[in-house]
Ligand binder design. Structure first.
Ligand SMILES: [Zn+2]
Length: 292
């Protein structure tokens, strides 16, 4: 997160991560001069290939960009082998409507369609939903992690799929899988507004919550949805129950955290110390600076 001041004629500003602009938002309601911007660096690739700049455009379309200090830490992600059996293949395919597949497609072609094309379509849909967001901060404190749930998969897991002893596909897991009891209640992890509550392909029955300032959370594979689009939710409110809809082999919750539509590791957002040190303390420092 970066906090910065803009001049009054600024029309658009934010952080450029390589070619992608993460928009900034005004911090307070009274002044639009002080802004903050949440941004995400890509999980793949080398850190030396990542460029970060503060970026702004004024009413006359003049563009300025400037550097800021940052440090990117190396992160290694796990590898996960997934063996696809004939039985699993049939079970997974049958949970999707037959009309999404080509007529003469084989089981494996159907599976690859789900894991590649549908996965990409769903990720694009999520990004599209996050393009318009609530500027105001609705969230408060750390996000909730599903109660009494075991972690089944981590963010960034590099999945390699085997079929008949051969590698047939690869994907990266862009959330955390949490399993509790079957059809366990799922809570809104923080205050926000529901922006999506429907079937979302590989994620099955899904809910997307906008927490403001470009932060949102995704709840996938639900068995039932208890909220509707446009509804305001408070932290802890039940939004549905867990299930295995979409591309899932067992009852679990796929919890995704998105920064302007870019999936990031949810772990830090569950951590009150991390929120305090990396967000609240910085906001307080800026507040003191302005008052002086
Ligand atoms: Zn998942």
């Amino acid at each position: 997160m970066v906090i910065y001041r803009i001049s009054t004629d600024t029309e658009e500003s934010g952080v450029l991560v390589n070619d992608r602009l993460f928009p900034g938002v005004p911090i307070g309601e009274t002044s639009r001069e002080m802004c903050l911007c949440y941004f995400a660096v890509p999980y793949q690739g080398k850190k030396d290939d990542i460029s970060l700049y503060l970026w702004a455009k004024d009413r006359a379309e003049n563009v300025t960009q400037g550097p800021f200090f940052y440090h990117i830490r190396k992160k290694r992600f796990r590898k996960d082998k997934i063996r696809i059996s004939e039985r699993l293949l049939d079970a997974l395919i049958s949970s999707f409507p037959a009309e999404i597949f080509e007529h003469d497609a084989s089981s494996i072609e159907k599976y690859l369609f789900i894991n590649r094309e549908l996965r990409k379509t769903n990720s694009d849909e999520l990004q599209e939903h996050c393009r318009s967001f609530i500027e105001e901060r609705l969230w408060n404190g750390p996000w909730l992690r599903m109660k009494n749930a075991a972690t089944m998969a981590l963010f960034g897991d590099q999945r390699v799929y085997y079929y008949g002893g051969k590698i047939i596909d690869r994907s990266v897991h862009l959330g955390v899988d949490l399993a509790s009891l079957a059809r366990a209640p799922v809570q809104a992890a923080n205050n926000g507004r529901v922006v999506l509550a429907r079937d979302l392909g590989i994620y099955g029955q899904s809910v997307l919550i906008d927490h403001g300032q470009g932060l949102s959370t995704l709840y996938g594979h639900l068995n039932g949805i208890a909220v509707t689009v446009g509804q305001s939710v408070t932290k802890g409110e039940i939004i549905g129950n867990s299930g295995k809809t979409g591309l899932a082999t067992g009852d679990h919750l796929h919890f995704g955290f998105l920064v302007h539509g870019v999936p990031v590791n949810p772990i830090e957002w569950w951590d009150s110390h991390w929120i305090k040190d990396n967000i609240e303390q910085k906001l307080r420092n800026i507040d003191n600076l302005i008052r002086k």
